[in-house]
Design a protein around this ligand. Structure first.
Ligand SMILES: [Zn+2]
Length: 239
């Protein structure tokens, strides 16, 4: 499960993030993450937390970045709270990501760890999610209905076109039913020719774009995506 750092925590079975929580370290191989060095003192504090995870799942999660049979594993979550303010939620593998894969959590989180942070009891995690679902079913607040939206980059091989103009013509010619490609930003990068779009479901968007080109040559070969922001429902204003 991928969550953008500092976006509300997303739990299984719920399409919107949990108000009052911030995700930390829900990494995915397909999404680049910040790297850097964390002080030993902070890493020790995080390690202590990781000894008592909550919300233990059946089965074990293997680290996606470790290679070989000795991949690190975790099967729980860390819910960390200051005396006031948001609760940080991370996978149990957080200290491993920092130590072995140089993951650098956001500075807000590292500062919070320095200010003493405590664990959230399991019952309270469950209660927060239960109440969130109840509000969603009855009268949700604005914070209850935040929804994920992704920025997606679709790449064609660099040797497929002679220049950007030819790339653009290729896309214009093979528009298909939805005219979104014609107005998308295009660029030429080291990885190839790139088209930028936004999507609720990056895998489905990539499949849709690929389908438009599959009967001819020059189909895209790769995509990259990230959660860019959280979209709220419309608010009606009558001044
Ligand atoms: Zn690993």
């Amino acid at each position: 499960m991928y969550c953008e750092d500092l976006s509300p925590y997303h739990y299984h079975g719920c399409p919107t993030g949990l108000p009052g929580t911030l995700s930390i370290g829900w990494l995915d191989r397909s999404v680049p993450f910040n790297t850097g060095r964390v002080s030993d003192q902070v890493l020790d504090a995080i390690r202590r937390f990781a000894r008592n995870p909550v919300r233990l799942m059946r089965g074990v999660h293997h680290c996606e970045f470790c290679t070989g049979p000795a991949a690190a594993t975790g099967n729980g979550e860390l819910w960390m709270r200051l005396s006031e303010g948001p609760i940080f939620v991370s996978p149990q593998l957080l200290p491993h990501y920092i130590e072995k894969h140089d993951y650098l959590p956001p500075s807000e989180f590292l500062a919070a760890i320095n200010r003493q942070i405590e664990s959230v009891p399991e019952e309270e995690c469950d209660r927060m999610m239960r109440e969130h679902i109840q509000r969603l079913n009855n009268s949700p607040s604005r914070d209850d209905i935040l929804i994920e939206l992704f920025e997606i980059q679709v790449y064609w091989q660099s040797d497929s076109f002679s220049d950007l103009l030819e790339f653009q013509k290729h896309l214009d010619w093979h528009q298909g039913p939805a005219p979104t490609l014609a107005t998308s930003p295009l660029s030429h990068r080291s990885e190839g020719y790139r088209l930028d779009a936004v999507s609720r479901n990056p895998a489905a968007t990539y499949a849709d774009i690929s389908r438009r080109f599959e009967s001819i040559s020059r189909v895209p070969y790769m995509y990259r995506y990230r959660l860019v922001y959280l979209q709220e429902s419309w608010t009606t204003v009558r001044p």
